[in-house]
Design a binder for this molecule. Structure first.
Ligand code: AMP
Length: 403
């Protein structure tokens, strides 16, 4: 069975094409600048040279058609006919309270995703365009949706409610949802497999640290708490997002600087975080480089960034009354040796002891970076959200076939 995984954004569409008999990637690629002039399609077939073309792609239907043409192209394609695509899996950012797991796309599911547009106005409408485009191009292919929020639907109300008038929850569903759920779910499973222990037996904190960043406290195999909230702005300091701050700052700054709602929203989402504090970049590599060259603001940004991760680890260890396993993943978590070192330093009271030589190894596989004697196992586990989407799609489509 072959599964196409799609991550549709408002002006882009990323894809990976899997052969599920061995979970190998047959091809991947992306379509950028959809609806703008000079759209770019980049296609990476495995074992063949990359293909890049600039053309006019006005909408998502044309983008999906182009992807289908790439996959079946006589020269650089990987299949001969479109009927070799058995199923399509989509990443969907917001599943609200309606979805606690991945589901087959039906009319009712599409209606519910539409109802959630308000909660994720930048993402869910774009995902819907991807789903509709696949319906148009591959009308007989079953589709599955996998939600970033689903894994965190196990959070108890003590974690997900905000201490504000409850009418706001009842009327407008103002609550914490959490994001990066596909990644937290995937790496927690991989970590348990690596340790050869059932996930349910571990008190685990997963740290997804990339441009966006979040932590999850995983107890009894379920998400107990996570640092992102109603939107992906809450929690840790990120590349360009502020993370936690005193909410009273918002009206104060709006008043002092005469900012509109959309301006303050953009300030907190796009012009804050590491970018604002360093004054250099939102990219960890550039900030670390500047810090190593003696830039004081870059050092402050790095220190604030790591300090906040450390504080959340302490909070989640307390929330779970213990900690067995600490997992790092995503761009920064998988690659930055100095980041992991700064976070793990000074939390030996929790039982975390980093092995510096292991931490400095540059590897791409799941590995342990704590000492043999460390009570808490510290792991680096590469995330693979696309693979989890492909697995869920494969499982759900097969279940439906058996019914
Ligand atoms: P992601 O959003 O998961 O793609 O992660 C992007 C972040 O990972 C950026 O801040 C990058 O600077 C960071 N990153 C990627 N590779 C490295 C690396 N080798 N060392 C440090 N940071 C890295």
């Amino acid at each position: 069975m072959k599964v196409l995984v799609i991550n549709a954004g408002s002006s882009s569409l990323k894809y990976q094409f899997f052969n599920m008999s061995n979970e190998s990637v047959l091809a991947s690629g992306n379509v950028e600048r959809i609806g703008m002039d000079s759209s770019i399609v980049t296609h990476y077939p495995v074992d063949k040279p990359e293909v890049r073309e600039v053309s006019e792609i006005l909408d998502h239907v044309t983008a999906v058609k182009r992807v289908a043409e790439m996959l079946t192209h006589p020269e650089f394609g990987t299949i001969t006919h479109l009927n070799e695509i058995d199923a399509v899996g989509h990443r969907v950012v917001h599943g609200g309270e309606a979805f606690s797991s991945s589901v087959l796309v039906t009319q009712a599911v599409k209606d519910e995703i539409r109802r959630l547009f308000d909660l994720a106005p930048l993402h869910n409408p774009a995902h819907m365009m991807g789903i509709t485009a696949v319906e148009t191009t591959l009308p007989d292919v079953p589709q599955v949706v996998v939600f970033d929020t689903a894994f965190h639907q196990t959070m108890p109300n003590t974690s997900y409610l905000y201490p504000i008038p409850t009418v706001l929850y009842r009327r407008h569903k103002v609550r914490r949802y959490g994001f990066h759920g596909t990644s937290h779910s995937y790496v927690s499973d991989q970590a348990a497999e690596f340790l050869q222990k059932p996930l349910e037996s571990l008190k685990m904190i997963t740290c997804h640290i990339g441009n966006g960043a979040s932590l999850a406290a995983i107890l009894d195999g379920k998400s107990l708490d996570t640092s992102m909230g109603m939107t992906p702005l809450e929690g840790l300091m990120m590349g360009t997002r502020s993370g936690d701050l005193d909410p009273a700052i918002v009206p104060y700054v709006m008043n002092k600087e005469e900012l509109t709602l959309s301006e303050v929203n953009s300030m907190l989402n796009k012009h804050s975080g590491m970018l604002a504090v360093s004054g250099i970049s939102s990219d960890m590599r550039e900030v670390t480089e500047a810090m190593n060259e003696g830039d004081k603001n870059a050092k402050l940004a790095f220190d604030m960034y790591t300090y906040r991760v450390k504080k959340y680890i302490g909070a989640y260890a307390a929330a779970m009354n213990g900690l067995d396993t600490l997992v790092f993943t995503a761009g920064v978590g998988e690659n930055s040796v100095v980041f992991r070192q700064a976070v793990c330093e000074g939390i030996s009271f929790l039982g975390v002891e980093l092995d510096h030589a292991r931490n400095a190894e540059r590897r791409k596989d799941a590995r342990e970076i704590s000492t043999e004697g460390s009570r808490v196992k510290v792991l680096v586990v590469p995330t693979n959200e696309e693979l989890l989407i492909a697995r869920d799609t494969y499982r759900i489509v097969n279940q439906v076939k058996l019914q």
